[in-house]
Write a protein that binds this ligand. Structure first.
Ligand SMILES: NC(=O)c1ccc[n+]([C@@H]2O[C@H](COP(=O)([O-])OP(=O)(O)OC[C@H]3O[C@@H](n4cnc5c(N)ncnc54)[C@H](OP(=O)(O)O)[C@@H]3O)[C@@H](O)[C@H]2O)c1
Length: 243
């Protein structure tokens, strides 16, 4: 039997990250999930048979400190931690430029720095043929203010990463979901009107499920997916595509 792969899933305690982590543990791989809330993370890890390492992925010192607990070799890294920080902050008043700058920094930290820092910290531990998958969003194409801008930045960063990993057989791709329900993403802010407007433009007239995103991530993490790199893979029921 071949050696078990070491998988790291950031933000793996809830939602899409948890579904991804569960796919890997179900396949018999060794999985480490990360996130900030230790209690949430540990409960989730226990449920699916993963290890839990709690830290803030957007904080350089916290990432550095967590390295001692993260696997010595990484075969698959899923940069899933993130979300739209505007959904948990009060919008800055018109003209409040300092507040606006803070709001933009928060989305940049949550979605760009989290992936950039964890990837840079673990890079010396990447196995040849490593698979890095980072969660983008349909918002990179459709807007959503600083959140969409941050997810668009991830796409540019991923291109460089794919270029760096290629010579040793590694790949780096972005999976960009449309709206996905059954996660903590909306933090109670989801309205029927907003959801209907998104679902109505999907060819299949529905939202995605975390497990459907997990299946695509699993595919990209396969050893056989080695010629698929530097790409953005939209998973959105056709709500936005190459047309
Ligand atoms: N749901 C959607 O409709 C949708 C659509 C497109 C893209 N996405 C993307 O998919 C990814 C997963 O989101 P989700 O929908 O599954 O929402 P979620 O349930 O809120 O999952 C996000 C996870 O990331 C963790 N996290 C956030 N910031 C972190 C940080 N700084 N350090 C460490 N962990 C952090 C959270 O745990 P803690 O709070 O405990 O840290 C949480 O477990 C995100 O990148 C999101 O932007 C979601």
């Amino acid at each position: 039997m071949s050696e078990q792969r070491e998988i790291v899933v950031t933000g793996g305690g809830t939602g899409i990250g948890l579904a991804i982590a569960a796919r890997f543990t179900a396949a018999g791989e060794r999985v480490t999930v990360t996130g900030r809330r230790k209690d949430v993370l540990e409960a989730a890890a226990e449920k699916i048979g993963a290890r839990a390492v709690a830290f803030d992925a957007s904080d350089p010192e916290a990432v550095q400190a967590a390295l001692a607990e993260l696997p010595a070799r990484v075969d698959v890294l899923v940069n899933n931690a993130g979300g739209n920080t505007d959904r948990v902050r009060e919008a800055p008043a018109p003209g409040d430029l300092a507040g606006l700058a803070d709001a933009w920094r928060a989305n940049f930290a949550a979605n760009v720095l989290s992936a950039v820092l964890v990837t840079a910290a673990l890079k010396p531990r990447f196995a040849d043929g490593v698979r890095v998958v980072t969660l983008g969003s349909i918002a990179a194409k459709q807007g959503s203010g600083s959140y969409g801008a941050a997810k668009a930045a991830i796409e540019a960063w991923n291109t460089d990463l794919a270029r760096q990993l290629g010579p040793a057989g590694g790949t780096a791709n972005v999976v960009a979901p449309g709206v996905v329900l059954d996660t903590e993403f909306f933090h109670g802010t989801l309205t029927e009107e907003w959801l209907d407007s998104r679902i109505s433009v999907a060819f299949n007239r529905r939202a995605g499920r975390p497990e459907e995103i997990a299946d695509v991530v699993r595919f990209l993490a396969e050893p056989g997916a080695g010629h698929l790199t530097g790409q953005v893979v939209p998973v959105n029921g056709g709500a936005h595509g190459a047309r």
